[in-house]
Design a protein around this ligand. Structure first.
Ligand SMILES: [Zn+2]
Length: 454
């Protein structure tokens, strides 16, 4: 049944975990190509750096550092009376997060504004609410190639120099010595991937006095490469094959190559709403987006769903947590379980993408999944099944599973828009949102009965 997941879904979810900002954790594009001369010549020189261990599977990044929590003032408004779930409220949350705030990627001011909004909602719903900051080191790669109005995203070839260099863009074939024009000095050399190792390509360019190197993939999409043992004194970046034609059309124009990659300390935050003395069960959702788009389905919808369930199912012992920085490796949920004794909780219900039904699934703890399926039933008009994410894909329930809490993610499944500029408010389907909200409400109501709380 997991075979129904499309390749797009699989690759995008992988991108969630490993590709947004971390060169060391990039998808190894090189591995899914057929053998190319790059590999034949020098396998180590073309091998993208190894993906890091998937979060929650051990070997992940160290627990994020913590900062003092920031309490939210008591609500000015009166507490909303609970009632039936209201899809319109979820839609309003999605609009606020994806339209009014928009792109809210890890560690940005917009992410913090989204956290403040969520905190205000939870406070207005009668929760004792805190914004809990945490810090972590985030890899970034802001490399780029600019020619006139054309701006192409690049990825630093590991081992090349950082910095910016400019020169006339010159076609240099695959970078072999005989294909590098005689007037290469001070120029930016455009090379095709393949034929010889990245290290050799860049060495040849440097030998010819070139200012910088741009290596274009031979297939769509970006790749990360390394010069292997070599070090270069000029910037060298890789760009997606989709850009090949546009760059070829810019031959002869002045180009600027920026190679800028590294890591920086980022501050993000979780928003925690508490009822009663201790958290004995959790509902959660990540509220950050990728930098490429406003993250309406991924995951303003899950956040809105979680907020609405927090409103109608407020129960002593049920805590609602909105996680920051999920898209760069489950950072928020990892910080949360590191900061709190979440291990004793009865369950954790996470929502990630609930606005466009493709193949609605429960992913995670088998026992909890079966409990929920038993609660919801199997009405053909509202299908929901036990499913799984593709390898290397995940969501915040995994951080709770890792500390022994039965945890699942409820998701509406595949969406080709996620992690693109097309993941917009307009693309979310309110009818699907309503179905997923109803599922979530039924599941939570059923599970809360087992909590032994009022
Ligand atoms: Zn997500």
């Amino acid at each position: 049944m997991t075979g129904r997941l499309s390749a797009t879904f699989a690759s995008l979810l992988v991108w969630v975990l490993v590709a947004c900002s971390s060169p060391a954790a990039a998808p190894a594009v090189a591995t899914n190509t057929t053998v190319t001369p790059d590999a034949a010549t020098a396998p180590t020189d073309r091998t993208a750096t190894a993906p890091s261990a998937a979060p929650g599977r051990g070997g992940g990044p160290p627990p994020p550092a913590t900062l003092p929590p920031r309490p939210i003032p008591p609500p000015a408004a009166t507490v909303s009376p609970a009632g039936p779930v209201d899809t319109d409220r979820v839609v309003a949350h999605v609009r606020m997060l994806a339209v009014d705030i928009g792109i809210r990627s890890a560690g940005t001011d917009a992410e913090r504004r989204a956290a403040d909004y969520i905190a205000s909602v939870l406070a207005s719903q009668g929760y004792t609410t805190t914004v809990e900051p945490f810090t972590f080191d985030m890899r970034y790669d802001e490399s780029a190639v600019k020619v006139g109005d054309l701006q192409v995203r690049g990825l630093l070839l590991q081992g090349a120099a950082g910095g910016t260099a400019s020169g006339v863009l010159l076609d240099s074939g695959n970078g072999a010595v005989e294909q590098i024009p005689a007037d290469a000095r001070g120029r930016v050399l455009l090379m095709r991937r393949g034929g010889l190792s990245f290290g050799q390509k860049v060495a040849n360019a440097q030998q010819a006095g070139a200012a910088a190197v741009v290596v274009v993939n031979t297939e769509p999409g970006a790749f990360r490469g390394t010069l292997g043992d070599q070090r270069a004194s000029i910037p060298a970046v890789a760009v997606a094959g989709d850009q090949a034609d546009r760059l070829a059309a810019a031959i002869g124009q002045q180009a600027t190559v920026t190679a800028a990659a590294g890591s920086r300390t980022v501050t993000s935050q979780n928003v925690v709403g508490r009822r009663g003395a201790a958290c004995r069960a959790y509902i959660g959702a990540h509220y950050d987006s990728v930098p490429e788009g406003p993250g309406a389905n991924d995951n303003a919808t899950g956040t809105g769903t979680m907020l609405e369930l927090a409103r109608v199912r407020a129960t002593d012992g049920l805590c609602a947590v909105a996680f920051g920085s999920e898209e760069v490796g489950l950072r928020g949920s990892q910080a949360f379980v590191g900061q709190h004794l979440a291990g004793g909780a009865r369950f954790m219900l996470n929502f990630d993408m609930t606005g466009r039904i493709d193949d609605a699934m429960i992913v995670g703890d088998p026992g909890l999944t079966q409990s929920i399926l038993g609660i919801i039933g199997s009405g053909a008009d509202q299908p929901l099944r036990a499913g799984a994410f593709p390898a290397n894909a995940s969501s915040d329930h995994v951080s709770f599973s890792a500390v022994g809490v039965p945890a699942v993610t409820i998701t509406s499944g595949d969406d080709p828009n996620i992690h693109t500029a097309q993941d917009t408010f307009e693309a979310v389907r309110p009818a699907d949102l309503r179905t997923m909200l109803t599922h979530g409400d039924a599941a939570l109501a059923g599970l809360l009965k087992t909590l032994g709380a009022r």
